[in-house]
Design a protein around this ligand. Structure first.
Ligand code: COA
Length: 322
């Protein structure tokens, strides 16, 4: 009989530096009004020069451990979802494992772009369900400020830096994860990509900057969110009206609005903090989950739908019984 797992701790880290839309008006041909009306974003956080993906991940992870009262040496695995690691190797997860003092833990990174946290949570759950591990830290951490072309107004206004973490623990009783759907369409990778140092030709010309076809990504995002959400809810033997709270990837408030409309779920059930942080990629869902918990919006027994989409193209949705 597979073991069940629950989320017993959570934490987040946002760099202290706030960059408002008005501040971006000084360096870009843009306006606060344009950014707010097209995206819902008012401000974002940007990491200081000494901060890294793993330093932010470590802050969020420490908070998650403390909130559960767990010692780092009891961890079996540290899993970091990121597509902006500070090294190609070692993995950010190894840096976090060392910083925490999680001596017994295995560690690896997972890159599924902005779907990364949903992929990572589903992956971590399998280790527990199979009886291999009991205590797993699942972290999403991103530092997009270092892969943005700050002269490109169509991309740089959208993203921010930050990290979120959950502690997953084996427990008897009902499973937390009721279902998950993961998907990928690599044929449309060119809609959203960042060259890497190992494929240096293009990067040599343009730098390691994010390129995006915004309007096409928007259409993909709405469709992927709706399809993955419907499938995950159906696989959990529930209907959309059973979902108390949707925690969507925070990319653009209009994407959530369109998905809510198409799914027939009231927009009030979609958690949103994109106005304060912008798109923090694989960190956005765990940060949003933390804030939903802090705000008392999650009660025991609630059905949460977490849904992500992004580069790959990739998507993922899961239903979690809290
Ligand atoms: N400020 C002012 N004008 C801007 C601008 C900015 N920051 N960025 C783009 N524009 C301009 C464009 O140049 C274009 O001008 P043109 O009509 O003269 O060519 C105009 O605004 C409209 O651009 P368009 O792309 O049609 O706007 P949009 O309503 O589709 O919004 C996005 C653009 C990027 C906000 C929107 O497409 C989006 O959010 N896409 C999804 C992106 C995303 O979430 N990516 C990550 C997924 S994980």
């Amino acid at each position: 009989m597979p073991k069940a797992a629950r989320v017993t701790g959570w934490g987040k880290y946002l760099p202290s530096r706030v960059v408002t839309n008005h501040e971006l008006e000084d360096t870009l041909d843009t306006t606060d009004e344009w950014i707010r009306t097209r995206t819902g974003i008012k401000e974002r956080r940007l990491a200081a020069s000494h901060e890294t993906t793993s330093s932010m991940a470590t802050m969020a992870a420490s908070q998650a451990l403390a909130s559960a009262g767990m010692e780092p040496q009891d961890l079996d695995l540290v899993l970091v979802a990121t597509c902006t690691p500070e090294h190609l190797l070692p993995a950010s997860a190894s840096v976090v494992q060392n910083a925490l003092g999680a001596r017994r833990a295995a560690a690896f990174d997972l890159n599924a772009a902005c779907s990364g946290f949903v992929y990572a949570l589903a992956t971590a759950y399998q280790f527990i369900a199979a009886g291999n591990f009991e205590n797993i830290l699942v972290v999403g951490s991103e530092i997009y400020s270092r892969i943005l072309n700050w002269k490109d107004r169509s991309t740089s206004i959208l993203f921010g830096d930050g990290a979120g973490a959950v502690l997953l623990q084996a427990q008897d009783g009902e499973p937390g994860l009721l279902s998950f759907i993961l998907g990928s369409d690599g044929s449309r990778a060119n809609l959203l990509y960042v060259p890497g140092p190992a494929g240096a030709t293009e990067a040599g010309r343009n730098g390691f900057y994010l390129s995006m076809k915004g309007a096409e990504v928007f259409k993909f995002a709405v469709k992927a969110m709706c399809q993955a959400s419907r499938k995950a809810v159906e696989a959990a033997n529930l209907s959309l009206s059973d979902i108390e709270l949707v925690i969507p990837h925070q990319a653009n408030y209009r994407i959530s609005q369109a998905a809510a409309h198409s799914l027939g779920i009231p927009l009030e059930r979609f958690f949103s903090n994109v106005e304060r942080y912008g798109n923090t990629s694989s960190a956005s869902i765990p940060i949003a989950l933390c804030e939903a918990l802090e705000e008392g919006r999650v009660r025991p027994g609630d059905h949460l739908l977490m849904v992500g989409f992004g580069g790959g193209l990739s998507w993922g949705a899961l239903v979690w019984k809290w």
